[in-house]
Design a binder for this molecule. Structure first.
Ligand code: PEP
Ligand code: MG
Length: 902
């Protein structure tokens, strides 16, 4: 903007000029105050300074040109409207200065009340309040306290001490017992504290108070707690806050005054009714601070029937107007009701579904809009078992809520012990500093996983989420000592066999067993709870909304599943096929020995023998999965990871060999293994001999897998089923790689399939940037693409999947380089662009090319919307995320209708 444009730019809006659609500019509070003003509701007059002014201030460290003059003009008009002037010694106007961002950030930013009071106007305020000096001096001391703390960073305790001192001198513990003289004395004490900490007197000039308070609200956007809250809630860091300057009304002018909060329905359960609290003779912050006990809102009917009836009437109007649950703050000043705030109210996940259903029944919204009133994150919350925390359980540590759910069990420190105890029917929690692929069996056996290192995309977190298993990672207060089989936390030692409970949603860790409630919603998805028979309003609402989502969505939803059991679960959850069956786990366990034989083979015959032994085992794996997915497509990915991952680690093997040699044992086989491990060692295995490269280098490996897939499909089809295999080649970067694999595969398929009627598709993953950029060529050889967004992110950003999140993502988040890990939610601008290019160029070369995604992002709500917009055919995600993806795909498909459900 040029200087002139800045001056002309409108930074201040009177309440009468705004409306609820201007949240970007006026923040939620300002937009809704404007909306209520325009509805003719009793809102104290005021104006809003825009988020743009805040952004400009934060960018340059000073108020933008023109702002001061606009504030002056709006203030004058406010003064005229109220018939009072700021700082008037006889009849002063006082204002509150309140933050209000686009998305509600409760309690995270600043508010200053009673601005405009000084040594002279305090006298006028007393006169205005019918000679109530106590009230006037109490308001003044509150201003110095709030202003000192929030605007000038005076330590709050100093004011608290002075207040305690005044109460002690009066021999009381209640503020209400302090009289006007006590409070006058307290004002003097507060001023001294102010002077001591700021080196200046408390500002007497009201306009200076106002300007400093506005600046403090701007700056509170970057207060540490606000920054943390935004990160948690995924609120962009650059929005800024608006500032509302509102004429003060007083709820503390006597028994016919008061203040309260209300909800138009129960935000916890969604039940209809009037919910709220009221506090007579008090200001808003007293309710929030819990200084005195509130009474239920219904009691207001007895105390002030006229205001009560008016309030109920307004609440009904607001609900009808916003077509949603509203929450409200109000004040009654001497029998006159004032609305201080309304917004579409926050609610629990369960209430969100129930209320959406009710609003449809009441004809206020249609089903499309109901779909927008809920989201996948809420559905995911409802699918996890929860702790019943009605008893007194205090967490001993807090880590990252890495995979939601609630789990209690005996602590174990090794995978082997987890498997052993689980086999005896014990619930166990596997505790490690961090997990690695060798912990897989223990993770499968455990009820939950707790680590002291790593973040949301650490090995433990990713694998646990994939399994739908509860996991808390990075609980760094826990000191894990695996050899000693114990961990210490908060001065206590927990030994193997002791019971702990972990909450994978909140990241909290408890000692002992916290009782757990299973999820009704999961029982519904699993088909063991009939929604028509359930007397649970929640299950009925979920059923209704899911049914609509399924009807509305264009994206199909598949699951990532590698076993028959996972495939069966995924199908119950509504998966329309498998989008990724990873085959590597099929080479672990007892089969490791065969893989070793394959790697150590010195002749073609030895290699062929090892592959021949693997073939029937692989075939059986696929038969099981094809049976479970009868009639639905199953994408089987040929083996991907570097082969040395199937061999023992180098260091351990070297030690074993040395020890055995020392003892004079025959170590010929181990030596050969060691040599192979050394030979295959790679500095950057993620960029090394893996994926299609393996298939091109190890003769017969892919051929064996292709044969196993084709034979399994033929067997299932001959048995009366219908197998629809799709063979997927990983890590392709050049069309020639795919062509080579495809030529061999087609020969085998033709030979095996014969006239069985089985059709096998051959396609590729797009997970190397070069593949995305040459998608037009690759499509010539591929019948489908599936985007491997995990690797595409890794290679697109050059971020090691296994290392970076723990290593430095915190700093990137702090700097706002991204608001969320790109491994969690697709980076639309960069990696997403690669997806878009590949989708467009792939389809241009081969119209109708089937497109899907099978990286972790396939189950992430925001990413699902992106994939919908790119025009993919399906997303594939872990079985537990399937309902979430179905819901989000439905939400993406229906037109966006002003949703406020954040
Ligand atoms: C991917 O890279 O996104 C993918 C699905 O493959 P993997 O996670 O097995 O590397
Ligand atoms: Mg990959």
């Amino acid at each position: 903007m040029t200087a002139q444009e800045t001056v002309d730019h409108k930074y201040v809006y009177d309440f009468a000029e705004g409306n609820r659609d201007l949240k970007d500019l006026l923040g939620g509070k300002g937009a809704n105050l404007a909306e209520m003003t325009n509805l003719g509701l009793p809102v104290p007059p005021g104006f809003t300074i825009t988020t743009e002014a805040c952004q400009a201030y934060l960018a340059t460290g000073r108020e933008p040109d023109g702002l001061a003059g606009q504030i002056e003009a709006h203030l004058e008009s406010l003064e005229r409207g109220m018939g009072r002037r700021l700082g008037d010694p006889h009849d002063p106007l006082l204002v509150s200065v309140r933050s209000g961002a686009k998305f509600s950030m409760p309690g995270m930013m600043e508010t200053v009340l009673n601005v405009g009071l000084n040594d002279r106007s305090v006298v006028g305020l007393a006169a205005q309040a019918g000679g109530n000096e106590r009230f006037a001096w109490d308001s003044y001391r509150r201003l110095i306290q709030m202003f000192g703390k929030t605007v000038c960073e005076v330590p709050g305790e100093e004011f608290e001490h002075a207040l305690d001192e005044a109460k002690r001198a009066r021999g009381t513990t209640s503020d209400l017992d302090l009289d006007a003289d006590d409070l006058r004395g307290l004002v003097d004490a507060y001023k001294k504290i102010f002077l001591k900490h700021t080196g200046r007197d408390f500002p007497q000039e009201p306009r200076e108070q106002l300007d400093l308070a506005i600046r403090a609200v701007f700056e509170s956007w970057n207060a540490e707690r606000a920054v943390l809250y935004r990160r948690q809630e995924r609120i962009p860091a650059d929005l800024g806050t608006a500032v509302n300057v509102v004429a003060m009304v007083f709820g503390n002018l006597g028994p016919d005054s008061g203040t309260g909060v209300a909800f138009t329905r129960d935000p916890a359960s969604g039940a209809q009714g009037i919910y709220g609290d009221y506090l007579a003779n008090a200001q808003g912050e007293d309710v929030v601070a819990g200084i005195r006990n509130t009474v239920p809102l219904q009691d207001l009917e007895r105390l002030d029937k006229r205001s009560y009836d008016e309030l109920l009437d307004i609440m009904a109007r607001l609900e009808g107007h916003y077509r949603d649950l509203c929450d409200i703050e109000f004040t009654i000043e001497r029998g006159k009701l004032w609305m201080l705030q309304t917004r579409v109210g926050k609610r629990t996940a369960a209430a969100a579904f129930v209320i959406a259903g009710q609003l449809v029944d009441e004809g206020l919204i249609d089903l499309d809009e109901a779909l927008h009133r809920v989201n996948g994150a809420q559905l995911a919350q409802l699918m996890f078992p929860r702790f019943q925390l009605d008893h007194d359980f205090e967490p001993v540590a807090r880590g990252v809520g890495a995979s939601p759910g609630a789990a209690s069990g005996k602590v174990v420190f090794t995978s082997a012990r987890a498997v052993e105890l689980a086999a005896e029917g014990e619930a166990v929690i596997l505790v490690r500093r961090e997990t690695n692929p060798d912990d897989l069996n223990g993770m499968i056996a455990a009820k939950g996983i707790l680590t002291s290192r790593g973040g949301k995309t650490s090995h433990a977190a990713v694998v646990a989420r994939g399994m739908g298993k509860t996991c808390v990672s990075g609980a760094d207060e826990i000191d894990v000592n695996v050899p000693a089989k114990r961990f210490t936390v908060a001065g206590q030692t927990v030994h193997e066999g002791d019971v702990v409970s972990i909450d994978g949603t909140t990241g909290k860790v408890y000692l002992g067993e916290v009782p757990v409630t299973p999820s009704e919603v999961v029982r519904y998805f699993e088909g063991t709870l009939d929604p028509d028979e359930a007397d649970d309003a929640l299950v009925k609402a979920v059923h209704r909304i899911m049914t609509h989502a399924d009807a509305a969505r264009r994206l199909a939803v598949r699951a990532n599943a590698d076993t028959g059991a996972d495939a069966a679960r995924a199908r119950r959850f509504g998966a329309q096929g498998i989008g990724l069956c990873r085959t590597e786990h099929m080479f672990l366990g007892d089969r490791r020995e065969l893989v070793e034989r394959l790697i150590l083979a010195r002749t073609d015959t030895e290699r062929a023998d090892a592959l021949a032994a693997l073939l029937p085992l692989q075939r059986d794996d696929f038969v099981e999965i094809f049976r479970e997915m009868d009639g639905l497509p199953v994408t089987v990915r040929l083996i991907d990871p570097p082969l040395h991952e199937f061999l023992p680690p180098l260091e351990q093997l070297a030690v074993d060999v040395a020890v055995a040699q020392e003892r004079g044992e025959d170590v010929a086989k181990e030596e050969a293994l060691l040599a192979a491990v050394r030979r295959m060692h790679e500095e950057n295995p993620m960029l090394g001999l893996r994926g299609v490269r393996l298939g091109l280098v190890i003769p017969g490996l892919f051929a064996m897998q292709v044969r196993a897939i084709a034979e399994a499909a033929v067997r299932v089809t001959r048995d009366g089923g219908s197998a629809c295999p799709e063979i997927m080649v990983p890590l392709v970067g050049a069309v020639q790689e795919l062509e080579t694999v495809r030529a061999e595969a087609e020969k085998i398929i033709a030979e095996v399939v014969g006239d069985s009627g089985v059709e096998v598709l051959i396609g590729t993953m797009i997970e190397v940037p070069r593949a995305a950029l040459t998608a037009g060529q690759i499509a010539e050889a591929a019948q489908f693409f599936s985007f491997g967004t995990n690797d595409l992110t890794q290679m697109g950003w050059g971020f090691s999947r296994d290392d970076v999140e723990g290593a430095f993502f915190w700093r990137y988040l702090e700097l706002g380089i991204f608001g969320i890990s790109p491994f969690e939610s697709i980076d639309r601008d960069g990696v997403g662009r690669l997806v878009r290019i590949a989708a467009e160029e792939g389809r241009a070369a081969r119209p109708g090319l089937k497109l899907g995604v099978c990286g972790e992002h396939g189950g992430d709500p925001e990413s699902v919307h992106f994939f919908h917009s790119v025009g993919l055919d399906y997303v594939s995600c872990s079985p537990f995320r399937v309902p979430v993806a179905r819901l989000e795909a439905g939400r993406a498909a229906v037109e966006t209708v002003g949703s406020d459900s954040r």
